[in-house]
Unconditional design. Structure first.
Length: 612
């Protein structure tokens, strides 16, 4: 798992978690770590022992006299006596070392009712911080529970941390404290348990040099260092770290509910999701060309690598059973420029010298290749295109997004001839994204003159659906949603590149959402090593970015309310596509297998490569 440099000291511990939980904990730890202060471990030393030679000296025991001096006594005894009288003999001086005994730091956690829920997130973060802090000082870290004085546990693996999470009580101090309180008729004060802990730790061998009390608010410094964790509002925790030397306070924003709940339940890593094994994929799928997903999300096309062929997959549904993929091939001398799924039919635009061939696109055959089409760029990554039929006008239109130009070929029926000649126009400029919405309507996102416009084209005219002021450069954009009653129910996003400190770069994604109420928008900042695949509208009509983690092994949903992992892959994922108006995500991994995610990632359909 790849971690930011700021989290490298805790890599050994964060490796127990999947990247989503590691990110949640990492943010908490980075906020808490500066508040801990300097390490103050009492030096516990044993007997002094010699270890090697430190120096040569003029004084010492004759047992450590240099051999050269004894040689002088045999050869020139008078000189030996003179040097002895003058104090000129040289002696070996050993290096004396005080052996360190088992240095110890202890943390005692309050697991009572005031610390249930969100405060336990701070417990986990403090557990890891103190474990690393002790390891860096060559000390041992142990932990205990407030209601069990003197009972210490090791902190050397993930199971020990899960044990802490399982130590919870609905009575202050634990069940034993409740029994004692019942006998006395009063709830026992917390100070009694800390006093007993203090006595037990003082009598321990070795006695801990650094002691921490972590839990609800109380007076004093606890066992030495006190960490008070209290709720400060619906989405905040108030943290106070106090010792005799200093007092520090902060407020922590609570992370998203879904990963927090999974962390507190001890589910540190997502289980491997069961995948439905579909028939093998024919040929080797391309690792550069993203799959194509139809408007309904039930048909997917994937380009083969090294051959002029594509596989078309009909996904299983209530109306259709699982079928093997169909393979379609075009002439070897023609290069793929653009591809689309016209309903369930795969179609493509092929470069044939100076001509453009419309392959399996009804009503079109060929036309001159326009100068606006960059053939070299299309060979690296095909361009999106859609065919639209204007029924009552008897006209077919083919739209192609080349760079930021929306190109259009039109052909209309005639009584004298079957078709009039194909007419070519540049329909729009500054287009960031296009989306198919059936055979009689298309949606596109355009940026011109500081205005981000969402438009539709139908059989009659072009309509402006939404418009947002937007200044500055934009790198790319995505759409998600559908038209209902002439209104756009969904969202759009644009990528705004920005610089970073130390040469690191990041991007800001401006996300817009339109529903029955006023427009909503927010920003998501991602490091440049994240790869955004598209935009998705969730079941609750929320708009989420779908992105690949920097390690390319996880598909992550990133929304206004936080992020969650939809899918974990063993091999890195190369390319992917998110359906505009359906809950379908198509991925191709480095094993050249097609992976299809549906139902918010709960349903996984897996087509293994035919060459594995």
């Amino acid at each position: 798992m790849r971690l930011p440099d700021t989290l490298k000291p805790w890599h050994a511990w964060l490796g127990w978690f999947d990247p989503e939980l590691a990110g949640v904990l990492g943010e908490l730890m980075l906020r808490l770590h500066p508040l801990l202060g300097a390490f103050r471990m009492r030096a516990l030393r044993g007997a002094v022992e010699p270890e090697g030679i430190d120096d040569l000296r003029r004084r010492g025991s004759y047992e450590r006299l240099l051999l050269s001096e004894w040689a002088l006594a045999e050869v020139v005894p008078e000189e030996f006596d003179r040097r002895a009288a003058a104090g000129e003999h040289l002696f070996l001086s050993p290096k004396l070392v005080a052996r360190e005994v088992d240095a110890l730091t202890v943390a005692v956690f309050d697991t009572g009712p005031t610390q249930l829920g969100a405060p336990r997130l701070v417990h986990v973060a403090m557990w890891i911080l103190l474990a690393q802090r002790a390891q860096a000082a060559k000390a041992r870290f142990a932990w205990g529970v407030l209601g069990k004085p003197g009972e210490l546990f090791d902190a050397d693996n993930a199971d020990a941390l899960k044990q802490l999470l399982n130590e919870r009580s609905f009575t202050p101090g634990g069940e034993a404290a409740w029994q004692r309180a019942a006998q006395a008729g009063l709830p026992p004060p917390r100070e009694d348990y800390e006093r007993e802990w203090q006595q037990r730790l003082d009598a321990a061998q070795p006695s801990p040099g650094e002691r921490w009390s972590i839990g609800s608010h109380a007076h004093g410094y606890g066992l030495g260092h006190r960490v008070d964790v209290q709720r400060a509002g619906e989405n905040e925790l108030a943290i106070v770290i106090a010792a005799r030397q200093a007092r520090r306070e902060t407020r922590l924003a609570l992370p998203a509910a879904a990963p927090s709940s999974r962390l507190l339940r001890g589910k540190f890593k997502l289980p491997t999701q069961p995948a439905i094994q579909a028939p093998k994929t024919k040929g080797r799928l391309s690792l550069k060309q993203a799959p194509i997903v139809s408007a309904t999300g039930y048909t997917i096309a994937a380009i083969q690598d090294g051959t002029n062929a594509a596989n078309v997959y009909r996904l299983p549904s209530e109306e259709a059973e699982q079928r093997p993929p169909a393979t379609l091939r075009w002439a070897k001398r023609k290069n793929l420029l653009a591809a689309t799924l016209d309903g369930t039919q795969f179609g493509a635009l092929l470069a044939n010298g100076s001509n453009l061939d419309f392959w399996q696109l009804i009503d079109f055959d060929h036309a001159p290749l326009p100068s606006e089409v960059n053939v070299a760029a299309a060979q690296a990554r095909y361009m999106p295109c859609f065919r639209m039929h204007r029924g009552h006008r008897g006209e077919s239109c083919l739209y192609l997004l080349a760079g930021r130009k929306l190109l259009c070929w039109q052909r209309q029926s005639s009584r004298q001839t079957r078709y009039k000649p194909t007419r070519f126009v540049v329909a729009e400029d500054g287009v960031l994204a296009i989306a198919d919405h059936g055979r009689e309507k298309m949606i596109f996102l355009r940026l011109q003159n500081g205005q981000l416009a969402l438009c539709s084209i139908d059989a009659v005219s072009q309509s402006l659906l939404q418009e947002v002021p937007l200044q500055g450069e934009v790198s790319s954009g995505f759409l998600a949603g559908r038209l209902e009653g002439g209104q756009w129910r969904g969202g759009a996003c644009v990528e705004v590149p920005v610089g970073g400190h130390g040469g690191e770069r990041s991007t800001i994604w401006r996300v817009f959402r339109w529903s029955d109420g006023p427009r909503e928008d927010h920003e998501i900042i991602l490091p440049s090593d994240w790869k955004v695949l598209g935009l998705r509208q969730s079941a609750g009509n929320q708009i989420d970015l779908i992105a690949l983690r920097p390690d390319r092994r996880g598909v992550v949903r990133i929304g206004k309310d936080g992020r969650s992992t939809l899918y974990e892959s063993v091999p890195p994922i190369s390319v992917g596509t998110v359906a505009t108006a359906a809950d379908t995500i198509a991925l191709i991994d480095q094993y050249r297998s097609l992976v299809v995610l549906r139902d918010n990632g709960q349903s996984v359909l897996f087509y293994r490569s035919g060459d594995d």
